[in-house]
Design a protein around this ligand. Sequence first.
Ligand code: SF4
Length: 745
Amino acid sequence: MTSRRDFIKISALGAGALVVGTGKINALKGLSSPEEVKKLVVDLKRTPTYCEVCFWKCAGWVYKTSEGKIWKIIGNDEDQHSNGRFCPRGTGGVGMYYDEDRLKTPLIRVEERGKQVFREATWDEALEVVASKMKEISSKYGPESMALLTHGSGSSYYTTLMKAFGSPNSTEPSYAQCKGPRDEAFFATFGEEVSSPEVTDIRDTKCMVLIGSHIGENMHNGQVQEMSDAIDKGATIITVDPRFSTAAGKSKFWLPIKPSTDIALLLAWIHEVIYNDIYDKKYVDMYCSGFDQLKSHVKDFTPEWAYGITTINPELIRTTAKEMADASPAVIIHPGRHVTWYGDDTQRVRAIAILNALLGSWWQRGGFYRPAKFDLASATIPEFKEPAKDWQDIFPGKYPIASMPVSNALIDASIPENKSAYPIKGWLVNATNLMSSIPDRANTIKAIQNLDLLVSIDTMPMEITGWADVVLPECTYLERYDYLRVSPHRKPALALRMPAAEPMYNTKPGYWIARELSKKLGLADYFPYEKIEDLLDWQLKKAGSSLEEMQRIGVKTFDRDYDDLYITEGMQVQFPTDSGKIELYSKYFESLGFDPLPKYVPHPEPPYGFYRLIYGRAPMHTFGRTSNNPNLHAIMSENSVWINPKVAKEWGLKTDQYIWLKNQDNVTSTFPIKIRVTERIRWDSVYMVHGFGHTQKQMTRCYGKGVSDTQLITNVLVDPLMGGTGMRSNFVTFVTEKPGEEVAS
Ligand code: SF4
């Protein structure tokens, strides 16, 4: 059996530091002499933080030497997100602070867009340019023509600024490019989203099904730890993936499904549990609506039917359906996170939600728990004015269930020929490299060329920064306060992030940038506290704590108001849906003209000589944002392309050979990529880690290393329900000779 230690070790493959515990003693590991240890015990100072390297937001401690040098980051024992352990990426977060390629001072572009010729500016001058351009856009087109594309902790400040300015167009690409279909599918079924971190009760599960979700490689800290514990306790893991992932290696069953056929497998599983009477009848009778329609819908979707589509043996489909039912209700069909694959993603995740409901796992121990969140006091600010035009008005009727502005729709609305009801003319882009996060790069560039203003607020000179009119350098999370972390979990909790060091170079924290800009726009009342720490102290005092206490403890966990982590047997429950029931059959989707129950629809297959491009994560990197981090780059400096041995033989390709990839639309990768010949990938697909192939020379470490999957994603299948961009619809072939000229980014 795999022990927890083994699993985490494999997950952190090559990470050197692996997962570290907390406390001074753990921080001292690796020191050579007793004198060294003695000196550091005296000298070490620590400040609390929560990690910004990924969205899991683990709380930890930043240790410094007496000279004030940031030395190590480790987990906070009191934190539910990390349980006192940081993942390798989080441990390497210190590299963000020391990266000498960081943006260092405000910049204003002096040449045409794309040429990357800037001059240095003072903060006052740079913010003045941004504010006057924003006012100009507002008077010409209305304030709604300004959009915010953002990610991470800065989102809240800039979203407040945009609302105060009068624009409803603030969004995160993590909605339409990542988890939006999942959130909408669970909302349509249960009336609630799965939250972040996901409310999966993995620690007590008896069976977990991962469909294209590679826990361990994605390093979502708490999940990885709970999965390791569950495996130790004998839980069955079932992995559905065309690739033998790390998680597949820890699984009792690996189903190497033909890509794009997952809905067929899910329908066959639903058929099996219903027609063999192994679903949770009591739960379904009591809490679900639409069972009869579902039963007749899946009547013909037998394992034999699915075999012809998925290539998964019918017996394996039957056996795995029984494993899930035997574990019910302590079973999780994991909702996934990055789920924008084929454009029918909301419907696929609906099938996942339905299967969970049939097995009674929603709000049950070992399935999905009910999260609790601390209700923090908000500062009193003026009411936001209702914008004259809403975000849904840009393309009326499009993406009817989207619950926030769709990033790709905002980009499309920046291109005049798309004839949006009103144009988007200015973008504030914060901490998201649109050249990597949004597919169809040529379309993004076309949109940029039509803007009146592009502002990039970031810590690193990413590709998007090169296109900006004004660059505002933000300091890293290790140099600033941010709002308190209140993310929901099993218990409500607060976590503090405070500066471990003064901002390096001429960089500023997000709160300061938003507030200074608000002053220039006449909107300072929306940021009533001059210093964010005064706001935090006020909020913490209202919560029965104080900034001083949180600086000492970092994390404060509270009891739940009620003992309602799970529902109890026979409990009367009103689910927050229209009907008050879990909706297996969606009348809402039907009323909008969409399928009320998920259907399998075939997708195009790779042409002869092409292979489906699949991409994913590595435990030591978070997308492109960490590729230049000196600590993490030292562990993994480039990606490789996985090719099945049969295919490699046919093409005469060998491990470690460098090749270029060309997609179905004749786009060739700018840089070459190293081959990894492996049985761990199906013959009809190739796989690479996302976030490499940077074309920005200012990122000296990662420039030109590996291939960008986004560059090769030119065919996008948009989800008509919520606007998610399906990106697994691209096929590549191999180019062994250096192409004539480099492809511009
Ligand atoms: S999972 Fe790792 S990178 Fe993400 S927040 Fe936690 S420690 Fe940081």
